[in-house]
Ligand binder design. Structure first.
Ligand SMILES: C[S@@+](CC[C@H](N)C(=O)[O-])C[C@H]1O[C@@H](n2cnc3c(N)ncnc32)[C@H](O)[C@@H]1O
Length: 224
């Protein structure tokens, strides 16, 4: 995301009620932050935040966490929160690599990955948010039967991810190589990147994957 770095971004974020400064303090206690027991859904790499702020407004009975590593980008997201505030959305500035330090097992009910950086060079493959390393990490914080929704304009990253989700024992519930011609478009919220690529005529790919607990049990049996 090519935004000029704002060296004061973090200080500005701290002024927002929706910003969580020490997210690791809430590991296993995120419901206390929201003050209710509603499910918690998270987007990793929220960017400028149109997707997650719109979802939060549409679904007041779901709690949302926006995780984004760059404070300067998060400022754009924070500015999209309506003046009256959003009680069901909090924002964290952290790298997804820290997930296990921030969340307890089964704390997250659904995960959104939208237009994640493709990292096309093979030597950077581990940084892709759909690499086996990350897909295994997600299992450590996702609730049983949780789903991951992933959208990208990048066909190479999408084909790679179809393989990695299968390899890591997720079941692909739905797949499209052209979201805008598919029944998966219903209820779709276009992210900033998505709008840009869709306008250019690039097909948008989407998959919905679910952790397949039964397959994992079979594998565990084989290891015994
Ligand atoms: C290409 S942008 C897409 C932004 C937004 N989701 C959209 O669709 O408009 C990818 C975003 O993911 C963030 N990101 C990439 N790797 C990350 C990581 N490991 N942890 C947290 N955020 C990450 C980047 O900083 C960037 O803002």
């Amino acid at each position: 995301m090519r935004l000029r770095n704002d060296p004061e971004a973090y200080d500005k974020l701290e002024l927002s009620k929706n910003f969580i400064q020490q997210p690791s303090d809430y590991r296993g206690k995120w419901h206390e932050v929201f003050g209710n027991d509603h499910p918690i859904h998270m987007e990793i790499g929220s960017g400028k935040g149109r997707f997650i702020t719109t979802l939060a407004q549409q679904n007041p009975h779901i709690n949302y966490i926006a995780l984004e590593k760059y404070p300067t980008v998060l400022l754009k997201l924070i500015r999209k929160i309506p003046e009256e505030g959003l009680r069901n959305l909090v924002v964290i500035s952290a790298d997804a690599e820290r997930l296990e330090e921030l969340f307890a097992p089964e704390e997250i009910g659904r995960l959104y990955l939208n237009f994640s950086d493709p990292w096309p060079k093979k030597k950077h493959a581990k940084r892709r948010l759909t690499s086996p390393g990350f897909l295994e990490l997600y299992k450590k914080v996702l609730a049983k039967d949780a789903v991951i929704e992933f959208k990208t304009d990048n066909r190479g990253l999408f084909d790679y991810s179809l393989e990695t989700f299968r390899e890591c024992h997720y079941t692909l519930l739905k797949v499209t190589f052209d979201l805008y011609s598919s029944d998966m478009l219903e209820g779709n919220i276009a992210t900033e990147y998505e709008e840009k690529f869709h306008k250019l005529g690039t097909p948008i790919n989407k998959l919905i994957a679910q952790l397949d607990n039964s397959i994992i049990k079979e594998d565990d049996k084989n290891d015994m």
